[in-house]
Design a protein around this ligand. Structure first.
Ligand code: 2RA
Length: 352
């Protein structure tokens, strides 16, 4: 019989995309159970064209579940993922809790699919959306040219901070719209928002009419957690423990789709033609790279779609072993729900 899937965190930003993704891809599941906090239990949400009542997160909800996909805050995963695994579910977890645990594989199906089968705790982690947004492209280049260093600047969408992140940008834009004096005096955006939007923002500075060089929490020596995740997770997924990585993560006024400017250094010389050939052959990568005709990926043009988009590929003038490229990926799809769904499909089709 077909396996039972549980979607835990079914009502969040990623959960909403998750329901849409499992409804539109090959129908490999028997029952699909929707699970959320007690606050959301009882809601009726569509999945595969049917209304499903959301169930509260309890140990019993995992009885009979074969695969559970979790998209909940770190502390909720820390408590509940082991409970689901102990009840026999194979858990695919989107939180940061288990990603760097050596007993938990961190999987991007295009890059390291084999790792998904080796899961002593019954848990597979899926990476942070920023890492994921570039990984299909970087993994393909690495497989042929041997990656040595990554220097990355991110341009991250507000929905990376969940439903509240998107709501905040819409609110800020609405509050400031129509004022053609705004954005010309130091602090005027911040002041106008303080007057009009008294509630707290999920971001440490205005995000409308602005860019904010911060994502995540403060770590040692001034690093943001997001920047360290990009480093540590890239090393683990690519299987290069000493990969040199340095990142600066920036929030921009985009609702959904993270972008990254990537400076990638390889073991030997790599040309733009080499990169185009490899990226064109990668099934989930789309090359949009014709600057003479203004063809390059932008978040607004690719949001809501599955591939990893790459453009602006250049051989760095002073670094022959280095490519500079611009990558866009939908942070709620490949960056979150889609990658989790693909891991689940990989496990179900090979093991059930
Ligand atoms: C962000 N990467 O964009 C985070 C979400 N996991 O805020």
């Amino acid at each position: 019989s077909k396996p039972t899937l549980a979607l835990v965190g079914a009502t969040g930003a990623v959960g909403t995309v998750m329901r849409e993704i499992v409804s539109s891809r090959a129908d490999i599941y028997g029952e699909i159970r929707l699970v959320a906090s007690a606050r959301s239990a009882g809601k009726v949400l569509p999945v595969r064209g049917e209304d499903v009542v959301v169930r509260a997160l309890t140990p019993e909800v995992f009885d009979g579940v074969d695969v559970a996909i979790f998209d909940v805050p770190d502390e909720v995963s820390a408590e509940w993922v082991p409970i689901a695994a102990a009840r026999g579910a194979i858990v695919i977890d989107k939180s940061g809790t288990f990603r760097m645990n050596p007993q938990v594989p961190l999987v991007v199906p295009e890059v390291n699919p084999g790792d998904a089968a080796n899961r002593p705790l019954g848990i597979v982690s899926t990476p942070n959306c920023t890492t994921l947004s570039m990984m299909a492209a970087i993994g393909a280049l690495h497989a042929e040219y041997g990656l040595r260093e990554l220097v990355v600047a991110s341009y991250q969408a507000v929905s990376g901070a969940g439903v509240a992140g998107s709501a905040r940008l819409y609110d800020e834009i609405e509050a400031l719209a129509g004022d053609r004096t705004i954005g010309q005096t130091a602090g005027d955006v911040r002041k106008a928002l303080q007057n009009k939007l008294p509630e707290e923002s999920p971001f440490p500075a205005p995000v409308a009419f602005n860019v904010v060089p911060w994502a995540g929490s403060l770590k040692e020596d001034g690093w943001a957690s997001e920047e360290l995740k990009l480093r540590n997770e890239s090393r683990k997924i690519l299987g290069i423990p000493d990969l040199k990585v340095s990142a600066t993560c920036v929030r921009v006024p985009v609702i959904t789709t993270h972008s990254l400017a990537v400076h990638a250094t390889f073991a030997g010389e790599i040309t733009v033609a080499d990169a185009h050939r490899i990226l064109n052959a990668a099934p989930t990568v789309v090359v949009m790279d014709d600057p003479a005709n203004h063809v390059y990926p932008t978040p607004a043009d690719v949001v809501g779609t599955d591939p990893t988009y790459v453009g602006r590929v250049r051989q760095a003038i002073d670094f022959p072993n280095t490519l500079d490229l611009f990558v866009c990926g939908d942070n709620l799809r490949k960056g979150a729900a889609l990658n989790a769904a693909e891991i689940a499909e990989l496990i179900v089709t090979t093991e059930f």
